[in-house]
Design a protein around this ligand. Structure first.
Ligand SMILES: *Cc1c(COP(=O)(O)O)cnc(C)c1O
Length: 508
């Protein structure tokens, strides 16, 4: 009898095969003269476009695809089925926290008074929007245990940049911007990039055998030239830094700051607060922890929370409450690092994150964290006999395996990830963090039910068996998608993103 996973894979295959056959071999659908519209006969005098537009009028007809309405609809619907989304299934992309984005967030963000508010509206007509900003700030300060916050940055990396700019402004105001930022070798690549773009030298710091910070070595590395340590907690291997207090003390003793990359806040929310364990400045990813959509390159939001010592340097404007309860935007902040983003940031994301926080409440957020950690540990327990665990340290919201056992049969983490597509799942994060050779980084998030986790585990175990019995099937995967192994370098370096008329160069 077919297992649940085999049935599931069978169905995906059938659907994909049907779509692939219907698609034919060519992506090109255009044929001269086809139309998806019919205009009524002209009932006003015709006008020469040149008389209206002068030199701006185009000489030749635009080269656009010519298709019928049903062909267009089928084209886009078909394309959408070639994509993968959290709304289709589990998306265990480690470090990215691909949790479900509740529909209530979307509903609230589309309410007319919210969606149609304009950033140039006068303050007295923007009290509601400013109130949303202010309430979200209060919630995030409560969650992080910090003292001041800006919502302006548009992504996690942008938050890092803003946070290190604050650190730089702080040190500069004290007379010396300092020279370097210490970054563990397990860090997200954006951390060293941030330090460098803020004018700091990056001091690469080796993780210890637990995947954490060696406190004695850190004490040696920190000196009066150190502006900050950028620490991800829990680290990118999903391990909580339990020496965090001592780490903060070592930095503070030398006048340096502790920056926390808070992208992994999904493991801490409602449990512990960075402000309480010595962090001076951190960013959050609303598009991870607080369930605003991400993954399509759309707007993100990376608020930066800090201690009072950094507050004078926050980007302008800041929302302030006057004694009469009216909210104002204050631009008169002489020590501010300036603006980092147009207006106040990605307002629609604030609305979604606030809806999520209020819908969950403190107990709900704590439960979310517990479920996220439980799910990751469930997967760890169910897979640790077939995939190698490079660190035995307890996992938090994500678990990292290595492909060491599978490489004996010539199969690497990237191959296993591709085979996972055949089983109907988005791949995990491949080959990251760099400190684990051949990493499989799995973050299920709290969104997944026991049934979905079991399907995933079943798929991962079957793949491990295939690696033993018939590695070629894994090496050639995916078999169920329209295109299989792509030239990933060219796809990244020279992506073909625009339709061009057939014969006019590329036809992708
Ligand atoms: C996602 C992530 C970032 C960067 O966030 P973006 O919004 O993608 O810029 C930084 N650090 C860690 C640990 C992350 O997981």
């Amino acid at each position: 009898m077919a297992t649940e996973t085999e049935k599931f894979v069978g169905t995906t295959r059938k659907v994909t095969a049907h779509l692939t056959q219907n698609e034919g071999l060519s992506f090109e659908k255009s044929a001269p003269g086809k139309k998806a519209y019919r205009l009524a006969a002209l009932d006003v005098p015709a006008v020469d476009p040149k008389s209206l537009l002068g030199g701006a009028a185009r000489e030749d007809a635009a080269e656009l695809p010519e298709l019928s309405e049903i062909e267009i609809i089928r084209h886009f619907t078909r394309l959408s089925t070639w994509n993968y989304a959290i709304d289709l299934g589990m998306y265990p992309l480690g470090s990215c926290t691909m949790k479900y984005n509740p529909r209530v967030n979307e509903f609230v963000s589309r309410l007319e008074g919210i969606a149609e508010a304009h950033p140039y509206q006068p303050e007295e007509l923007s009290q509601g929007s400013l109130g949303i900003i202010r309430l979200l700030q209060k919630c995030l300060l409560e969650i992080t245990g910090m003292e001041a916050i800006t919502l302006q940055p548009a992504a996690g990396a942008h938050g890092e940049f803003t946070g290190i700019l604050l650190a730089r402004a702080y040190h500069t105001a004290k007379g010396n911007p300092r020279r370097n930022v210490i970054i563990p070798d397990s860090a997200h690549g954006t951390n060293p990039a941030t330090a460098a773009i803020c004018g700091y030298e990056v001091v690469n710091f080796k993780s210890n055998e637990r995947g954490g910070i060696d406190v004695e070595a850190l004490a040696q590395a920190v000196n009066e030239d150190t502006a900050a340590l950028m620490l991800t907690n829990p680290s990118t291997i999903g391990v909580f830094e339990n020496e965090i207090h001592r780490i903060a003390d070592i930095l503070h003793a030398k006048g340096a700051l502790l920056y926390m990359d808070g992208a992994n806040m999904n493991a801490l929310c409602g449990k512990t607060r960075p402000g309480d364990f010595g962090v001076d400045v951190m960013h959050l990813n609303l598009h991870k922890t607080f369930s605003t959509p991400h993954g399509g390159g759309g707007p993100g939001s990376g608020p930066v929370a800090c201690k009072g010592i950094l507050e004078p340097f926050l980007p302008v404007p800041v929302v302030e409450e006057a004694s009469d309860g009216q909210l104002h935007l204050n631009y008169e902040r002489p020590q501010s690092v300036g603006r980092v983003r147009a207006f106040y940031g990605n307002f629609g994301m604030f609305v979604r994150a606030l809806a999520y926080i209020l819908a969950n409440g403190p107990d709900g957020l704590r439960q979310t964290t517990e479920d996220a950690v439980l799910n990751a540990n469930y997967i760890r327990k169910k897979l640790e006999d077939v995939y190698e665990l490079p660190y035995s340290t307890p996992s938090m919201h994500e678990v990292v395996f290595s492909d060491r056992r599978q490489t004996r049969n010539g199969v690497k983490t990237g191959d296993i990830a591709k085979r996972l597509i055949d089983y109907g799942f988005h791949p995990y994060t491949v080959s990251f963090p760099l400190i684990v050779h051949g990493a499989l980084m799995i973050e299920p998030t709290e969104s997944e039910s026991r049934e979905e986790l079991d399907l995933f585990i079943d798929a991962m175990r079957q793949i491990a068996r295939e690696v033993e019995e018939n590695p070629q099937i894994v090496l050639d995967a995916p078999h169920s998608t329209r295109v299989s192994r792509l030239d990933e370098t060219t796809a990244a370096r020279r992506p073909v993103l625009r339709w061009k008329k057939q014969g006019a160069g590329n036809r992708q």
